[in-house]
Design a protein around this ligand. Sequence first.
Ligand code: SF4
Ligand code: SF4
Length: 486
Amino acid sequence: MVKHEHNRAEDQIEKARRELDSSTASAGTHLVSATNELFQHEAAPRHLDTLLTDLGERTLYDAAAQCNRCGYCETVCPTYVLTGRETISARGRNQFMRLLVEGKEKNPADAREALSTCLLCGACTSACYAKVPTPDIVLEGRRALEGYGDNLLSNAAVGTLLNAPWLFSLWLKLCYLVKMSGLPRLAAGMGLYHFIGMPGLAEAEASVNKVPLRFAAEILRKDPELRPEGKRDLKWAYFAACGPNYLFTDVAAATVRLLKRYSGEGVFIENHCCGLLAHNYGRLEDARKFAQKNIEIYEALRSSHGDFAIIADCASCAAFMKSYEQLFTADPSWRKRAADFAAAVKDILEFVNPEDFPSTARAQAPQGGTVTYHDSCRACHGQGIRREPRAVIRKLAGKRYVELPESEWCCGGAGAFAFTQPEISGQVLDRKLRNIASVQAQTVVVGATSCLIQINAGLRAAYPSAEAVHYSVFLDRMTGGSPVKK
Ligand code: SF4
Ligand code: SF4
């Protein structure tokens, strides 16, 4: 009798398992066949095959279904906190994605709004016990939006960046020359950007006040100390992400000076763009191509010089490169190579240690006002980096360092979010600025170039006695690099 009951229980478990398998399989079918306006998954190359979550490899549907709607994330999701609207919370977004994949979402306009207003900050995932990867889920939803990432300007920009970086550099320098002429500001003043339906361009132009005409890669390529020849004990290879390369060349120079000073032998890896822009703006195939080019460069250097760390100084790019494996889960030949590359990536925020600096460093550092640290989203949520930069800044700034209230609150920069969603971005930034003002900070140390643009644009307007400074530039100034700004 007991044996009979036992067999029946086993049969029931097996039946439940088969049902679960078939529901997962049917969700996969929806993934491929759903053709409603928002979720056209027949464009498979535009999508990730699976997501690599903290709980294991999942289909998009299973990852979204991991959300049990507990609401723990609501208190940290900026768009929910500012509006109180469930539809633009992490929980709401995951629910939309489930319904979209099931073909049950009845209101595409709501779904479109939910997907396009997400900052991709990842605060929800940090707060979530199930570690639901909402930013990745949202990106998958965006890639299903008709026309997402498919416009003339982005096609031209990504295409040239990928296939003819020299032409991209030339094109960018021409844009910078036009900016220096003052014409864009004039156009903004005349309302031309609004007239052509691209008001974000005016914001983008105004948020950057200095542009270089010589890019970091051009300078580093000519530095004989950064050549691989003759190096026997290679410790690091500097990866010039697009922000430091094309805009904040002082950041790239400071990072390289720091690495040379404290981290042994290194090289400039002559990289391509990491692919993050293509990844986040609907061009996954191009993102894969960027990744493959970088992986090949890394492998060639490793075969001649052994293991070394790839150092990036923009937290968004470092976090993305650490996730390269996710781009290739359907491609076994590239998956392992991508995982090896990702394992070598280090953010400068985690690479430099307090012990690297002599105990006299604080006494010798230039004096100044109060210093605080803003956790760039892709550093704290994307890579779990929180403790390391604080330890170094504290060592160098001593009592001048104060904790920033709500330091993990996004600044609202989030790549191009500040230009595509200026209203929400402004509200998110406003809270960051109030927190900075509340501790009367003069220097706000950040680890991503998007934060540098966004916070400095806000500070210039609302709190001009303070400035945001990249982590590398701050460390370089404090340890004998370029002089402190007076
Ligand atoms: S995303 Fe996570 S924290 Fe937020 S409601 Fe879902 S399970 Fe809860
Ligand atoms: S990524 Fe940020 S904005 Fe998007 S749902 Fe999560 S917490 Fe909210």
